[in-house]
Design a protein. Structure first.
Length: 678
């Protein structure tokens, strides 16, 4: 009979030797259902197998140790429990010695650096404090870890590197493919929700695929008998548990770092081996994290130091490899080495805790989950509160940016526009024919869709919410030109700055022969002269109207022109705000539509303002006398340096108060046109 023990749960059973496989085989534990590799005992000292079971002849304690840790001539050791001296051999034999001499302890990791698993044939008495932290409980040294990790890496590279590359490919590929698919859907259908859903689906598929390949690699590291297909099959059985543990580790570590950094470092070391526990042992979820924590207990600083040594070494290697072609690829191919390195630390920790109960105490799960939750709540508040504060301070600007971009967010339709509540300032402006209204992109979009091109002139051509027609021709020999007459439906806020809101850009003036006679080189065809000054009219219905001069090449006659092509551009102010200023506020700064305005001087009929922000968003300044009557504009001048504009403006009368009107942003709409001559 031969006793077969599961290295994962410790379950053991005596089985007739003739029923055991003659060659190394993969078997499944009937207790925990986790597969492991069985290697039959060797029959000679020179046969090279992975491990051998050593049994103390004094107390019966057994341990699976690396065969390479035992010299060919045997090694004299001393049992750590019963203190019996005996000699161990590579074939598994144990022979007591007649005379007790100074010897090494059987289970000292410094002498048997590649111990794998321990088991007991009979339960031991409760360990004493000395047994809980024996002097011999020392992890494998850093140098030995690097050497052993490199040996395993070179032996198993054909399996581990493909599994790691598979994790990288399936981790990145689906996400980018589905994200790009969603992006093209956004371009073709205008729905950002499709892009978000596709990206989220890609992230889910990538997470599952990368986790599967990663846990398969861990299984292959722990079981040298597994090939790629067998490792993937074993990994698939654990992929969901692995993902859950990964999320738990991330949750706990993030919460720990939120609790003033140090708990995050502690949690990172405590719970790191939870991934290995899931891949190799039967524990799942929080139980795997706590088992990792109990393995590390008493060895925190050695584990941290060994981890730091590996990270430092990899940083140096990565920097050096970055100096050569394809160096980054080589550094990527070395990543399985890190997993092997930490697996060896995990194996040492597990072996050192063989006589201890690493089962989590009652209530321990709840306690540590509560700590992690507290840290994550604090982290969430630390992220959300500044963002909320930033949003509330810039909500109008954000709305303007989103609105002007006309992004097709699938959100409920905005409520119908309601006029703003009356205020003394608005009443004064309305009485003078100026009524600023705070509208946003969705409000204008609705108004533009309902706009009716004004007028009943049959020669006028509809262009969006406006009409255009060719007016008088001026037969100047040197600079012939004609009028384009523009009529725009009554839209809110156009009266605030009639020139800057409307622009007629001419592209071609075509003759019957197909020649372009538009004089682009004329000094009257600059962007300034493309602007059309609008004035309000009530007949035959409320509308705005203006005239654009179009200059032609010398010698052009009125009968030569057959078609005029160009674009009407409407620039509409978003989120208009009004602020009241008076002489008591000289030298003060006010915030209007997220722009800073300084009242530098206000004396008599002159005012000097300093405006910080995009000057295109400045709409107008209206002055009133002591009786609240609007003062006529007497001219203005300004100079701009970067984002700062100094504006000097005069009025026809003594200024008692001033209204500054500023927009949060602008919405631009282009309407191409082609006018045919009668």
């Amino acid at each position: 009979m031969e006793q077969l023990s599961c290295p994962h749960c410790g379950f053991s059973k005596e089985i007739a030797r003739e029923r055991l496989p003659k060659k190394p085989a993969r078997v499944t534990c009937p207790q925990c259902r986790v597969p492991f590799r069985y290697a039959p005992p060797s029959r000679g000292p020179d046969r090279d197998t992975f491990s051998v079971t050593i049994v103390c002849p004094g107390c019966g304690k057994s341990k699976i140790v690396s065969r390479e840790a035992i010299p060919g001539a045997g090694r004299q050791v001393n049992c750590a429990d019963c203190r019996t001296d005996f000699t161990i051999f590579r074939d598994g034999r144990s022979e007591p010695v007649e005379e007790k001499e100074q010897s090494e302890e059987l289970f000292d990791p410094r002498s048997l650096t590649r111990e794998i698993e321990t088991s007991r044939e009979a339960p031991d008495p409760a360990p004493t404090r000395a047994q809980e932290s024996p002097a011999s409980a020392v992890l494998t040294g850093v140098g030995d870890l690097f050497r052993e990790s490199w040996r395993i890496f070179m032996e198993r590279a054909g399996t581990l590197i493909p599994l790691y590359l598979l994790a990288m490919v399936v981790g990145a590929g689906p996400f980018f493919i589905l994200f790009l698919a969603g992006f093209f859907m956004l371009q073709s259908q205008g729905s950002i929700a499709a892009m978000v859903v596709a990206g989220a689906l890609g992230a889910v598929v990538a997470t599952i695929g990368a986790s599967w390949a990663t846990v398969a690699m861990l299984c292959a590291i722990a079981d040298p008998g597994l090939g790629i297909r067998a490792a993937l099959a074993s990994g698939w059985q654990r992929v969901w548990s692995f993902i859950w543990v990964y999320l738990l580790v991330s949750f706990m570590v993030a919460g720990g770092y939120a609790l003033l950094l140090i708990p995050g470092v502690v949690f990172s070391v405590w719970f790191y081996f939870g991934h290995y526990v899931v891949a190799i042992e039967p524990e799942r979820g929080m139980a795997a994290l706590l088992k990792s924590k109990n393995y590390v207990r008493g060895h925190f600083w050695p584990v941290l130091g060994r981890g730091a040594a590996l990270v430092a070494a990899f940083m140096v290697i990565t920097l050096l490899l970055g100096l050569i072609p394809a160096g980054q690829l080589l550094a990527t191919l070395l990543m399985p080495f890190m997993f092997i390195y930490f697996f060896l630390i995990y194996r040492d920790l597990k072996a050192l805790k063989n006589s201890e109960d690493v089962t989590p105490a009652a209530g321990e799960k709840t306690m540590w989950l509560s700590v992690g939750t507290l840290g994550n709540v604090l982290l969430l508040l630390a992220l959300v509160l500044p963002l909320w504060s930033l949003y509330t301070e810039n909500s109008q600007r954000i709305r303007a940016m989103l609105g002007s971009a006309n992004l097709a967010f699938e959100t409920p339709s905005p409520p119908p526009y309601l006029p703003p509540a009356a205020s003394p300032q608005r009443e004064k402006l309305a009485a003078q024919g100026i009524a600023p209204v705070s509208l946003w992109a969705d409000d204008y979009q609705e108004l533009l869709q309902k706009a009716q091109p004004p007028g009943d002139d049959p020669s006028a051509v509809p262009v969006g919410p406006a009409t255009l027609r060719i007016g008088e021709f001026w037969a100047d020999a040197a600079q012939p030109h004609l009028w384009l007459k523009l009529t725009v439906d009554e839209l809110p806020n156009l009266e605030l700055d009639g020139r800057n809101f409307t622009r007629l850009r001419i592209e071609r003036v075509v003759t019957a022969a197909g020649a372009d006679v538009y004089d682009r080189a004329s000094g009257f065809e600059t962007p300034f002269f493309e602007q059309v000054s609008l004035s309000h009219s009530e007949h035959p219905q409320p509308h705005f109207q203006g005239i654009r001069n179009v200059y032609l090449k010398a010698g052009t006659g009125s009968g030569d022109i057959v078609r005029i092509e160009g674009t009407l551009t409407l620039t509409l102010p978003l989120g208009v705000e009004v602020h009241h200023l008076d002489p008591s506020m000289i030298g003060q700064r006010v915030l209007v539509a997220e722009k800073h305005v300084y009242l530098k001087e206000l004396e008599g009929s002159e005012v000097l303002l300093e405006y910080h922000g995009n000057f295109d968003h400045y709409l107008t300044a209206v002055a009133f006398n002591r009786d609240g009557e609007q003062l006529a504009d007497a001219g203005s001048s300004w100079s701009t340096a970067g984002e700062v504009t100094t504006l000097q403006k005069g009025f026809a009368g003594e200024i008692a108060s001033l209204m500054v009107v500023v927009a949060s942003d602008q919405l631009q709409r282009d309407y191409p046109f082609a006018l045919q001559t009668p």
